[in-house]
Design a binder for this molecule. Structure first.
Ligand SMILES: Cc1ncc(COP(=O)(O)O)c(C=O)c1O
Length: 394
């Protein structure tokens, strides 16, 4: 299978690539729960440590189950190489630590995941890396934020929670002009719905914790890109240690096998829910790039094969009304996580984005009446009925 990988379609790659059977001839991917490896003799140990021969030495460096996940994800992203990490945040940390240095500057989209902002503002900045934040859709703001020392452009697309869409081709042009790298957090789309490298991005990062797992069981992350860049990221990971556990890698390898089916089903449910909400008399606004009147619709149609599963909507009456809707639902899980088979509901202004100041919330368009749904795989009729229980309270 290995040599023929490139000839297969994406759904086949998700199931077959990176698969190496052992001498036991097992059919399902083996789980190598081991921290280290033994050598036949002292010479082999010496050659393995000096890289004269390719052999496993220690699981912070290499592990066959982790490697299966990395190879499969790389194939799906169209990347030369992927590197697995202990979480999505570890993926972003590793990219920054491996590729930036003191005095460098990042231009970052304003609506990135909260911990990404905290990590950059509170920790990365301590090492002399500067950052400017811009609205993800405002190309002239990206352009004006560039400085001679800009070495990285970072964005999430579609954004959370308003589904704003970054123009990846345009951002990659800007990055190239300033000899910077374009890094895209592809967690919401997964490689099934969007391949940022095809639009000129240099690096893709993932929180595998979300859709790649798909059932809310394990933390993990990944970075994908050229072999040259990935070697540098791998160097940091091996030295610093936020690598993926073999057990989690095994869950993600199996998760990738069903990812395509799940993303199509998630997107179909989300699309149906967004349309239903758009027609609902108690809903004042719906944010979902799959709706034709969303400002990012045509760009999302160009860059993505479907629109994903995060739908946000507003109700009149601010926080009190939004909380009433949320509290009256009975089936939806009130949790900030997403990417699960179970539909989740959350009030962004007081949870996922609760650390932002009132001004920053307003600037980001996250009003008190906003509710975010990460649409799961339950029957869409049950999801609507449950939300109706909430909307009936208004
Ligand atoms: C878009 C995005 N990126 C990164 C992360 C961080 O991932 P993890 O929780 O696996 O560290 C998250 C987590 O919610 C996320 O939503």
């Amino acid at each position: 299978m290995k040599n023929k990988d490139k000839a297969y379609k994406q759904d086949t790659l998700a199931i077959r690539s990176g698969y190496q059977t052992t001498h036991e001839n097992e059919h399902s991917e083996a789980l190598f729960l081991t921290s280290s490896y033994v050598f036949d003799n002292a010479q082999m140990a010496a050659q393995s440590f000096s890289n004269e021969i390719q052999a496993n030495v220690y699981s912070r460096y290499t592990n066959p189950t982790v490697r299966s996940f990395e190879q499969r994800l790389a194939m799906l992203e169209g990347a030369e190489q992927a590197v697995a990490t202990s979480s999505g945040m570890a993926a972003i940390l590793s990219v920054i630590m491996a590729l930036l240095k003191s005095g460098d500057h990042i231009v970052c989209s304003r609506d990135v995941f909260g911990s990404t902002r905290v990590m950059i503002d509170k920790y990365i900045s301590k090492f002399g890396v500067e950052v400017s934040y811009v609205a993800v859709t405002d190309l002239s703001a990206w352009q004006s934020a560039l400085k001679p020392n800009t070495r990285m452009l970072f964005c999430e697309t579609p954004s959370n929670p308003l589904s704003e869409v970054a123009d990846l081709e345009a951002l990659s042009q800007l990055a190239k002009q300033s000899q910077a790298l374009l890094v895209v957090d592809n967690c919401f789309c997964t490689p099934i719905l969007q391949n940022p490298l095809n639009w000129g991005a240099d690096i893709v990062v993932h929180s595998a914790t979300k859709y790649i797992d798909g059932q809310g069981r394990a933390l993990g992350g990944a970075v994908a890109g050229s072999a040259e860049l990935m070697e540098q990221v791998l160097g940091f990971l091996r030295a610093a240690g936020p690598t993926m556990s073999p057990f989690n890698a095994w869950i993600f390898v199996k998760g990738l096998e069903t990812l395509s089916l799940r993303m199509k089903a998630h997107s179909a449910n989300a699309s149906a829910l967004a349309q239903w909400l758009a027609e609902h008399p108690k809903v004042s606004k719906v944010y979902y790039a799959g709706l034709p009147d969303h400002p990012g619709h045509s760009l999302a149609k160009k860059q993505q094969s479907d629109f994903g599963a995060v739908v946000s909507f507003c109700v009149d009456g601010g926080r009190e009304a939004a909380w009433r809707v949320i509290d009256a639902t009975q089936m939806l899980s009130l949790t900030a996580n997403l990417g699960d088979a179970k539909t989740t509901i959350v009030h962004p202004a007081t949870t996922t984005h609760g650390r932002l100041s009132p001004e920053a919330l307003q600037e980001a368009g996250i009003v008190e009446g906003l509710i975010r749904i990460a649409v799961g795989l339950e029957d869409i009729a049950d999801i609507k009925n449950d939300l109706e229980l909430g909307l009936n309270q208004l």
